[in-house]
Design a binder for this molecule. Sequence first.
Ligand SMILES: [Fe+2]
Ligand SMILES: [Fe+2]
Length: 136
Amino acid sequence: MKKQAIIDLLNQDLTGEIEAILIYMRDSFVTPQCRPSREMEEIAKDEMRHAEKLSELIVDLGGVPSMEHRELNFGKGGPKGYLRRLIELEKGAIAMYKDHIAIIPDDKIKKLLTHILHEEEGHLEEFTEQLREFNQ
Ligand SMILES: [Fe+2]
Ligand SMILES: [Fe+2]
């Protein structure tokens, strides 16, 4: 696999992280002060650390972090709708990291992506738990 192909995959991961940061921050601001709102804010900070690590890897490979995002979908209908959207984003991130871990032939990168993947799995659990509490 060429370096540029790896850089492109990492930039795809970075796009997902940038979107997560923006969506989680926004949703935390429009959700009234409560545990889900604080979780959104805290997890946005994790996503920023992921974006930082991915950017470092991209630069180490001679690339430029794209810092792009697609059209942002914040979810609809208040906190429950936002949590549903966040769960969807975490599931998408988990699928993408698994895919990229399987195809990138570099142990250092695989290790870092695996670490991020485990954190995304934790986020998915956390958001799922918050939604379950809302539904009780
Ligand atoms: Fe992330
Ligand atoms: Fe996440």
